[in-house]
Ligand binder design. Sequence first.
Ligand code: G4P
Length: 538
Amino acid sequence: MSEQLEKEINRRRTFAIISHPDAGKTTLTEKLLLYGGAIHLAGSIKSRKTQRHAVSDWMEIEKQRGISVTSSVLQFDYGGCRINILDTPGHQDFSEDTYRTLMAVDSAVMVLDAAKGVEAQTKKLFKVCKERRIPIFTFVNKLDRFGKAPIDLMDELENVLGIRSCPMNWPVGSDGRYRGVYNRQTKLVELFAADETHGQETRGSETYALDAPELKAALDEETYQALLDDIALLDEAGEAFDEERIACGELTPMFFGSAMTNFGVQNFLEEYLRLAPPPAPRASSDGNIQPEDEKFSAFVFKIQANMNPAHRDRLAFIRIVSGKFERNMSVWHVASDKEIKLAQPQQFLAQDRQIIDEAWPGDIVGLFDPGIFGIGDTLCDGAHKFKFADFPVFPPEKFARVQAKDTMKRKQFVKGVEQLTQEGAIQLFRQAGAGIESYIVGTVGTLQFDVLTYRLKSEYGVDIEMVMQPFEVARWLTYPDGRAVTPESLRGADRGMFVYDRDERPVLLVNNEWALGWITDNNPSLELHPVPPDRREI
Ligand code: G4P
């Protein structure tokens, strides 16, 4: 292995920040960028409510709804590390997009609101991380105001998520009147000075040994004694830091802080970079591909069209798994079985794009996509061809019939719908016997229909008519002997709608589990799959 490859791999940290909406993911991301020197005055990612506008807000719709729909990639350096943060949308309807983003990271930071603890979306995202065996680090946020007691939060992690925690630092003070944090590694207490800037600038702090008279003078007797008792309890009864247990999702290092006031943020960043894993191998048809493999390989985890209305382009985001990436290099695109040249590769600091010349395992690169890439595609060296393991997919749960209002716009309509399908935003079905100008679109949540309507209008100039369908369940159909499933071969198919997916595979849409039971009872030899039979379900 070349020395440079090894060095670049070891200094990379690629992670996502996951949280329930409003726990403080955006604020923490912003503060990490602030400490990384990537921005100077926090507030450029998302400023106060009046001008809610995030640097990572690529789509107008995000601004309109005040939510983050798309995932962004941010890169910066800190303490010799090269950091790639993949922003995940917090809205529950976008879980599939979030899921794909999590395929591209090596660890995750779970942000909890200290007052709310583990919330609904936290649970879902946690489950995905655990299944994917992504090490999880916990940041308990909003310690500047009243929150649950740290011990209770540790219990909650264990009872609700089934994960034990090992606090890396510990808040000094109580009941929302926290004064600083005790660092369990350095055994030093960091007290924060009052902050007039509302956390917009990095904050100075004073550090004291636990027995320093200045510390005792700064804290009241009760607070000081409580801190000593807590430390003694943690040292005696707490979980020990254990890399292996963290790697397999049994244990999470836990940090306390407040992203808004910068309390504990720098300490978190430094410890996180020290402890988080560098780029990990990825499973493929040819076994695990190690980052140290000199031959370049990557996979597409996200496709995004028209990110910038001024460019009207389409980008495929790849995660580099092994080897060195170089501008203008030729690689093997496994899905099309062709060699392609990677020109104009881009990297991101939020909206600022930069053409890059080289990148390394763990890095995310945006490739100009003339329409050839699909989610999950493998890029590798022509001399060593293999395919990375397929992404699992979500079963669709909401369905609508969609067509262009103006039949003259059919061509743009088909193009737009195909495009969004390739991006993985929707799943497309064609009703048996019906023309292609009317599609049945399947999604995991209703918000995607708004996105579909909005994007077809703004990017393709097409107004659509959409009629929600009463179906809740889709099943891909096969017979064990390989015979084709047709509407005629099914008993009771009128209980649902017989459609074909984009690969002409038969699918039955039904209203509910009861109707599904009826079909199963009447067609004992039929096999029903919640996702295409060659894919894994999430
Ligand atoms: P999200 O990306 O996870 O959805 O959360 P985001 O960072 O947008 O934060 C949600 C709200 O919580 C914001 O308030 C933000 O200012 C606030 N917040 C984040 N970190 C802290 C913290 O450490 N302490 C306190 N007290 N609040 C925090 P908002 O009122 O919705 O917006 P804004 O007016 O502050 O922009």
